[in-house]
Design a protein around this ligand. Structure first.
Ligand code: SAM
Length: 403
């Protein structure tokens, strides 16, 4: 038996440990002498030697650099830039694609129990599972923001660092982005290069954030959308239709109903809701970014029963620019989630159902907890791997009032 270490573990020290379950953020949790260690580039059950990268009070971060006992789910990373100390863009290149889904499912479950305060039985009853989208684990990303270093070289950032790793190819980028003449030249005047490959075959390269935006055309719901190249649009080619399908299926909007599309962007969900509620119903879209507001107005002009409210959701609800009663609500907030005040407004809005589209399981779970504290329940949940090779996931939850 080895004695427990009493001296502190330092940065760049090598430690040997057995890795436990995945946690939100692209790492697994391990324990060493009672201390929590978040280990990247490892898989649950593996015995690894890891290099300590950060020391914090209460936990360490480390990169697995030698795999002593590999998991059967381990694969050779297809990307040469993946791995400890290299590009931080993908966290799961070393994980077989089916095991990436199991990893994300485990993270979603863990967030719902730990932050959402659901019991294991409640999570089991939801049948939580993250499922793959069509198209495979590489070549899916239709928007890539490259960073430029001081020497004008373009690449992607190291994990938790401002250091640029120059690359000559990003494997998860859509082939139309990989084909752009971006990575084979210097960009001395830029801090970043934004690239877009749209669903209708348009490409855009924005030499600098804030430069005059190009427009691109996207295709969803049988409509062609013209949006600014920097306007929010789902980055996986199958995501927009998949998420709309899940929302409509779960929320079930009916003819004549009143609906809200909060954090509505260019109006993807508003268009779907408008078609379901019809001209006898009403859809109110709330969006704070001016380019999103302009895109929604431009693209939904044929659906005059959609009103676009240019405002922050928090402000629109607090000042009653948008006020109940409403029948159904769809919200699709940024990574930070909606927050307690917005959720409390929704639980008081009279809505019969809320469809919550979430790109961050932690903020989603916190918001679910607020819904539950106000007498609502998470009735259904679907998970989607809209971001293969990375730790990110998307989920759609149906929240219903208890009574
Ligand atoms: C995840 S995107 C969803 C967009 C749209 N639902 C879609 O699927 O294309 C979140 C959107 O919320 C907007 N947003 C962020 N914070 C907001 C806020 N506090 N109030 C209103 N809109 C906000 C962003 O500009 C962005 O368009």
């Amino acid at each position: 038996m080895t004695a427990e270490r009493t001296d502190p573990i330092g940065e760049e020290e090598r430690i040997t440990l057995t890795v436990g379950a995945p946690a939100h953020g692209g790492h697994c949790v391990a324990r060493l002498d009672g201390q929590v260690v978040f280990v990247r580039h490892a898989l649950p059950g593996e015995r690894v030697t890891a290099l300590v990268t950060e020391v914090h009070s209460g936990y360490l971060r480390a990169d697995a650099i030698e795999i002593l006992e590999p998991s059967p789910d381990r694969v050779a990373a297809p990307c040469p830039y993946a791995g400890p100390g290299r590009c931080g863009g993908c966290d799961l290149q070393h994980v077989a694609p089916p095991a990436q889904l199991a990893w994300k499912t485990a993270v979603l479950r863990e967030q719902l129990t730990r932050l959402g305060k659901l019991s294991e039985d409640e999570v089991d009853a939801l049948g939580v599972a993250v499922t793959a989208l069509p198209g495979g684990p590489t070549g899916w990303r239709t928007r890539v923001r490259y960073t430029v270093d001081a020497a004008g070289r373009v690449g992607l950032l190291k994990h938790r660092s401002h250091e640029v790793v120059p690359i000559d190819r990003c494997l998860i980028a859509h082939p139309a982005i990989q084909a752009l003449p971006v990575l084979d030249r210097a960009w001395p005047a830029a801090d970043a290069v934004e690239t877009v490959a749209s669903g209708e075959g348009d490409v855009a390269v924005l030499p600098q954030p804030g430069a005059q935006p190009a427009t691109v055309r996207e295709r969803a719901l049988g409509r062609t959308w013209t949006i600014g190249a920097e306007t929010f649009w789902q980055v996986h080619p199958a995501a927009a239709e998949t998420l709309v399908g899940a929302v409509l299926d779960l929320v079930g909007p009916r003819a004549g109903e009143r609906a809200w599309d909060l954090y509505g962007g260019a109006g993807l969900f508003a268009a779907a809701l408008a078609e379901r509620v019809g001209p006898g119903g009403r859809v109110t879209l709330v969006e704070s970014a001016p380019d999103g507001v302009a895109a929604a107005r431009d693209n939904l002009g044929d659906l005059p029963w959609v009103e676009v409210v240019p405002a922050r959701v928090e402000t629109a609800l607090a000042r009653r620019r948008v006020a109940g009663p409403v029948d159904v609500v769809v919200l699709d907030p940024p990574r930070t989630g909606a927050g307690a005040r917005v959720v409390e407004s929704l639980t008081a809005s009279g809505a019969r159902a809320v469809g919550y589209v979430a790109c961050d399981p932690a903020s989603f779970a916190r918001d679910v907890r607020t819904f539950r504290d106000r007498g609502w329940r998470l009735a259904e949940l679907r998970g989607y791997d809209c971001f293969p090779m990375t730790h990110h996931l998307e989920c759609v939850g149906l929240l219903l009032p208890e009574s």
